[in-house]
Design a protein around this ligand. Structure first.
Ligand SMILES: Cc1cc2nc3c(=O)[nH]c(=O)nc-3n(C[C@H](O)[C@H](O)[C@H](O)COP(=O)(O)O)c2cc1C
Length: 375
């Protein structure tokens, strides 16, 4: 067992104590402990290589994915753990979210990147604020990756917050061009980070009009000018209203995007609270009141399924001219979630909270465990 695996296992056992201590202290301990763990995790190496079973292979947008399960954005913001993820057997690799400039991320009450887990609920809250090294540095890291068959590389990009529209949009396009040159296979546009100003909400009854302006800018300045196969997917919040989906999907498809991802963390605290265990509710109330932030994990399971299933069905009836696919993110924990996704024709799934939950149980064999159960 590697050191990171041992730490993850121990952390899982002691995590249960978090809701029993003062919530401010719990948030502090978890946020800094996570940084220590990630350092170990990113530099971990393994002496085996999992090859997903042939039957899980998919070809989407003319790109081969050796399986339909891979990490969600935010796990490898600066291009960390690429070779490790490949050896673990992931179906693809997604770096980012990056922005045009380096960002330190959020700090409050002396906590840098506030993050806490709800151990009895399979959920977590984070208020990270998009810390990252910036497009240029991360594009350089990615440009040096060795490429592997069936293991596409994606980058999640976002508009830099608090910068005037034209400037920020020009920087975003410049970032997309940098990653194009760096050789990524697909781009995910993060339209939904709840932890910085500007993210779209798309809650009923109206589509966010500024978001539509942003998307049409990207369409004119990047999508229509692509000279190679480089799908661009838009990632929305799991709080997106189902009623708005037909209109939203039409806008996305008409603007020449190639897919959507449902989605990002939730700020619908009332709804999530119903799924949070009573044992975690004091910690949940503390974190969401003091930091706000986005909720991940089990409270998103039904939402991500409902949105992705609706979108898949809607798009299949639209007879789009080019390929358009839906990615499901939110509450993916095990083979059952993947099976349910595929029963609705959702072919790609990303995981974050469930990934680390599985890592604490199965270590670097986490993909293999799932593959064995779905084949
Ligand atoms: C600590 C943390 C950081 C995240 N950072 C990003 C990010 O940079 N970009 C993004 O699009 N989503 C980010 N997310 C959201 C995840 O990609 C994912 O959409 C969300 O956690 C729901 O999936 P899950 O239930 O499997 O965790 C982050 C989530 C967490 C927990």
């Amino acid at each position: 067992m590697t050191f990171a695996e041992t730490i993850a296992r121990l952390e899982k056992k002691t995590r249960i104590l978090l809701p029993k201590i003062n919530p401010s202290l719990a948030s502090r301990i978890f946020s800094s402990g996570r940084k220590y763990f990630l350092k170990l995790f990113y530099s971990d190496d393994i002496n085996f290589k999992i090859e997903p079973p042939e039957s899980l292979k998919k070809k989407l947008w003319d790109i081969e994915f050796r399986s339909g399960l891979f990490n969600a954005a935010g796990m490898f913001k600066n291009g960390e753990a690429y070779y490790l993820t490949y050896k673990q057997g992931a179906g693809a690799y997604l770096a980012g979210t990056t922005t045009s400039n380096e960002r330190i991320g959020n700090i409050k009450n002396n906590i840098l990147h506030p993050f806490v887990a709800y151990p009895n609920s399979g959920a977590a809250s984070n208020w990270m604020g998009l810390p990252n090294l910036g497009n240029e540095k991360v594009a350089k890291v990615i440009s040096q990756f060795e490429k592997f068959q069936g293991f596409p590389i994606g980058i999640s990009l976002s508009l830099a917050p608090q910068i005037p529209f034209d400037l920020a949009m020009n920087d975003l396009i410049a970032g997309m061009e940098m990653f194009d040159k760096a050789g990524v296979d697909f781009i995910e546009l993060n339209e939904s980070c709840p932890n910085v100003p500007h993210s779209s909400s798309n809650k009923f009854p109206l589509l966010d009009s500024q978001m539509i302006d942003r998307l049409s800018f990207v369409s004119e300045r990047f999508l229509k000018k692509r000279n190679r196969n480089l799908p661009v997917i838009v990632k929305f919040s799991c709080d997106t209203s189902l009623e708005l989906l037909p209109e939203l999907l039409r806008v996305i498809i008409d603007s020449h995007f190639d897919g959507v991802n449902f989605g990002n963390t939730s700020t619908d605290y009332d709804n999530s609270r119903e799924i949070i265990s009573l044992k975690d509710s004091k910690l949940f109330d503390y974190f969401t009141t003091i930091f706000g932030g986005g909720i991940s994990g089990k409270p998103l399971k039904e939402k991500s399924l409902a949105l992705s299933a609706f979108a898949t069905d809607f798009v299949s009836k639209m007879n789009t001219k080019s390929e358009f696919h839906v990615i499901r993110t939110g509450g993916i924990f095990d083979e059952n979630d993947i099976k349910i996704s595929s029963s609705y024709n959702i072919l790609l799934n990303q995981w974050f909270t469930g990934y680390f939950e599985a890592f604490s149980k199965f270590g670097h064999h986490l993909y293999d465990k799932i593959y064995k159960k779905i084949t």
